[in-house]
Design a protein around this ligand. Structure first.
Ligand SMILES: NC(=O)C1=CN([C@@H]2O[C@H](COP(=O)(O)OP(=O)(O)OC[C@H]3O[C@@H](n4cnc5c(N)ncnc54)[C@H](OP(=O)(O)O)[C@@H]3O)[C@@H](O)[C@H]2O)C=CC1
Ligand SMILES: O=C1OC[C@@H](O)[C@H](O)[C@H]1O
Length: 397
């Protein structure tokens, strides 16, 4: 098949995965979803359909009709709704695990409640509004012997893993600098979106920047030592909200970070890249790449967040006064579990279920990793002058 046809066929299968029968030997992990969130179908519903040990049994939405419509559309047997719907979901004794794709500012409260109810949690990124809240969630999970995973799905994909493998192989020598971008053109994210609501933990650095930071921290293998500079452009609302805190929502943030061993890092994230050319009318493409400079060459991973749909890895190695370059693709691990059509979310679900079943996942994101990511988000926000996102008022009784 020509590449474009095979790519379309692979993406089609990824978005329409086959239904698999439940495993006769291993009871499925039964999930409940908090909120009829836009991300839930691709992040959990579809991956669960093609995992023999996962089933989505229930969904809750603030509005019962919305929960029922979501349940009907996705073949989910139970729907909870109304003012107590989220709590009823969490208290459902049939459920083993909760997927939390609520707005960032509600991650802490509902993850704490789910853990307190004895449920494992697959938690959307970024973990919470603050590092302290993230620490508390992981402490409770550990105390209750429950699995809590921040859903940085891209980490589980073979493409990201392959780049890390190339770096760690030493083929290109030591890393000298890293950068990652995640930015979408203006208009991509609509005005009333949770991403522009400060009270819900909005802002480009929270939404997109958490990936960029996570990516350079993962690929470098260490945490930064300092935020050298950070600049944020505030979002300009068409209809400015009455709250003065709306001015703390960043549209675009850039930061330069120092790393150990004289490594440097740079991130850029945006919820609204402006157009270019006369009067900025020419459209921009999303920016979705990670670059790693090494003493002996460089690596580019194009489309690390959406690597399942399409990506390429270019490895350019210095040789004498010239270079030798190659391009790799990694939709499936060379050794290990996976199919070329598995989405980043499907790989993530595999790891989550492996962990719950006592098997060793191919990859994992530790509590320390998630806490450190939030710490550095806070440090960058602090350097921009915008300050951290609001602390949750929730107290676990
Ligand atoms: N892993 C990934 O690739 C992605 C992750 N995300 C993350 O997932 C989360 C949700 O994002 P997304 O699906 O795009 O967002 P949505 O706005 O579609 O979903 C958020 C859900 O939160 C619920 N909710 C509860 N309280 C509120 C409130 N006060 N205001 C608004 N919504 C509320 C709503 O549920 P209800 O149905 O009950 O009304 C809604 O369905 C975020 O944390 C985001 O960072 C988002 C996109 C991609
Ligand atoms: O997690 C995400 O990944 C893709 C982005 O477009 C989105 O805003 C973000 O929430």
């Amino acid at each position: 098949m020509v590449p474009v046809v095979s790519t379309v066929a692979r993406i089609y299968k990824a978005l329409n995965p086959p239904n698999v029968d439940p495993s006769p030997d291993s009871p499925p992990i039964k999930f409940g979803i908090l909120g009829a969130a836009k991300i839930a179908p691709i992040a959990l519903v579809d991956p669960a359909k093609c995992h023999p040990e996962a089933v989505v049994l229930a969904v809750a939405a603030r509005d019962k009709t919305r929960a029922e419509a979501f349940a009907k559309k996705h073949g989910i047997p139970k729907a909870y709704g109304g003012s107590n719907g989220y709590q009823e979901l969490i208290d459902d004794p049939e459920l083993d695990a909760i997927y939390n794709p609520l707005p960032n500012g509600l991650h802490y409260e509902w993850t704490m409640k789910a853990l307190a109810a004895g449920k494992h949690v697959l938690l959307e990124k970024p973990s919470a509004n603050t590092a302290e809240e993230t620490r508390k969630m992981f402490e409770l999970a550990e105390k209750k012997n429950l699995v809590l995973l921040e859903a940085f799905h891209y980490r589980f994909h073979p493409a990201t893993q392959r780049v890390k493998e190339i770096i760690d192989s030493g083929e290109l020598g030591s890393v000298t600098s890293l950068s990652a971008t995640l930015a979408v053109p203006r208009g991509f994210v609509k005005e009333g979106d949770i991403r522009f609501d400060y009270s819900l933990g909005g802002g480009a650095l929270m939404d997109m920047g958490c990936y960029t930071l996570n990516c350079i921290r993962f690929l470098s293998g260490v945490d930064p030592t300092d935020v050298q500079d950070a600049t944020a452009l505030a979002h300009v609302f068409k209809t400015p909200p009455s709250s003065s805190e709306a001015s703390l929502v960043d549209d675009t943030t850039t930061a330069h970070l120092a790393f150990p061993n004289s490594m440097s890092g740079a991130i850029m994230c945006s919820l609204g890249l402006t157009g270019w050319g006369p009067f900025s009318i020419l459209p921009r493409w999303p920016e979705v790449a990670a670059h790693v400079q090494c003493e002996g060459g460089e690596i580019k991973l194009f489309n690390y967040p959406g690597s399942w749909a399409y990506h390429y890895i270019t490895v350019s190695k210095r040789k004498g006064s010239g270079r030798i370059a190659r391009t790799e693709k990694a939709y499936k691990p060379k050794n290990g579990k996976g199919e070329d059509w598995w989405t980043t979310y499907r790989y993530q679900l595999e790891a989550f279920i492996d962990k719950l079943k006592g098997r060793t996942p191919q990859h994992w994101i530790s509590a320390e990793d998630s806490i450190a990511n939030m710490e550095w988000i806070e440090k960058i926000y602090s350097k921009t002058g915008l300050g951290p996102r609001p602390v949750s008022s929730f107290v676990l009784s």
